[in-house]
Structure formats: C-alpha cells, structure tokens
Ligand binder design. Structure first.
Ligand SMILES: Cc1cc2nc3c(=O)[nH]c(=O)nc-3n(C[C@H](O)[C@H](O)[C@H](O)COP(=O)(O)OP(=O)(O)OC[C@H]3O[C@@H](n4cnc5c(N)ncnc54)[C@H](O)[C@@H]3O)c2cc1C
Length: 174
C-alpha cells in the first residue's frame, strides 16, 4: 500500500477544487485531488465563465471583498492568457430603471435624494464604475467607457446613454 503522506487532499474537481489544487501545487505542496465523475462536469460546466469583480457588492460597501475579487481577476487573466480575454459588456442606462431598494447604498441615496425613488442617476453609476476601475489595480482589462447609441442604429432616445464595462471571460476549450 502506498503510504506517501500528501500535504493536501481535495474532494471534487470543479473550478474550486482544481483552482485550489493548481494554486497549492504552484506553492510547492503535494496535492491529491479526487473527482467522482469528471473534472469540471458539475456546476462548473454550466458557468458563463466570467471573471466577475463583484460590482454588486459595492452597493453593500463591501470594499475589501470587491478589491480582493478584482485583484484575483487580474491574477487569473495573467495566469491563463491562452484561454482568457477581456469581454465587453454594454450597460444600458435609462432614467426609469429601478434598483434594489434595501441595499445600504439605496438607503443612503433615498435619504439624501428622496426624489430618485430607487432609481440611479447615470452619474452615480459612472462614479461606482470609476471606483470599481480604480480599486482593481486594473492592468489587463480596459477601463469603463461612456458610449452612446445613435437613432440610426435603432436606439430610441431614452436608451442612448450607455456604459461599456469589461469583464474577463475564459474558455476551458483548448
Ligand atoms: C448558470 C450559471 C452561471 C454561472 N456563471 C458564473 C460566472 O460567470 N462566473 C463565476 O465566477 N461563477 C459563475 N457561476 C458559479 C460557478 O459556476 C460556481 O460557483 C462554481 O462552478 C462552483 O464550483 P465548485 O468547484 O465549487 O463546484 P462543482 O463545479 O459543482 O464541482 C464539485 C465537484 O465535486 C465532485 N464531488 C462531489 N462530491 C464528491 C465526492 N464525494 N467525491 C469526489 N468528488 C465529488 C462533483 O462531481 C463535482 O465535479 C455560475 C453558475 C451557474 C449555475
């Protein structure tokens, strides 16, 4: 019987198990990973494969969590340039859009600007994304941009103002 003692025994070869195994092996630990079906065959196979930075947690003033997620996003993009790339997302802005009402940011805004009634002015979303860009020490992903859509492209006047945000996207295909 093989009695070799390993530093780490991981149960489950989803993205978390494989990620921990990769990180630990990279730090010189000896690792055993067990998977009862196939690597990445469970929840991880259904993911949209985006490196989120946790933008929605800014609404909860979770600055540390967001900073850690953004830092990690850069680490992942740097570690796997062959299977990851920036992906552009357009965030449409419209004056009538309403947001979650019971987040700390919502409560604060409703107190200071009661007339917004759970809506977010474009400038506030821009400030949030500026903070988000700033916190991440972004090196690979481009910054958020303001973009406008013209009538010629089929945009009604109410939806012309948009923001363009970048996330990391990856593929497990080689
Ligand atoms: C539709 C959808 C979209 C998503 N999009 C994103 C996204 O864009 N970005 C993002 O970061 N997250 C996303 N997520 C969340 C993300 O997919 C999950 O958080 C992540 O896949 C969980 O990984 P895991 O390794 O913890 O679990 P799993 O991928 O479920 O892996 C667990 C593994 O453990 C194995 N296992 C269980 N029990 C045992 C045992 N006793 N012995 C051996 N093996 C065992 C299973 O077979 C399985 O392979 C998304 C989730 C969904 C459903």
């Amino acid at each position: 019987m093989n009695k070799k003692v390993h530093d780490l025994f991981i149960i489950g070869g989803g993205v978390n198990g494989c990620g921990v195994a990769r990180d630990a092996a990279g730090r010189g630990l000896s690792v055993v990973l067990t998977e009862m079906k196939d690597l990445g065959s469970a929840t991880s196979s259904s993911s949209t494969k985006l490196f989120h930075g946790g933008l929605r947690y800014l609404e909860f003033f979770e600055f540390r969590l967001v900073k850690e997620a953004l830092d990690e996003r850069e680490v992942l993009l740097k570690a796997m340039p062959h299977i990851s790339w920036p992906m552009r997302f357009i965030l449409p802005l419209n004056k009538s859009q309403r947001f979650e009402s019971n987040t700390p940011v919502s409560k604060l805004i409703n107190k200071i600007f009661p007339f917004y009634k759970n809506r977010r002015p474009a400038w506030l979303i821009r400030v949030g994304l500026f903070l988000y860009d700033l916190m991440g020490g972004r090196k690979i992903l481009p910054p958020t941009l303001s973009v406008s859509c013209t009538e010629r492209k089929g945009c009604s006047k109410a939806w012309r103002k948009n923001l363009c945000e970048y996330k990391g996207h990856f593929s497990e295909k080689r």
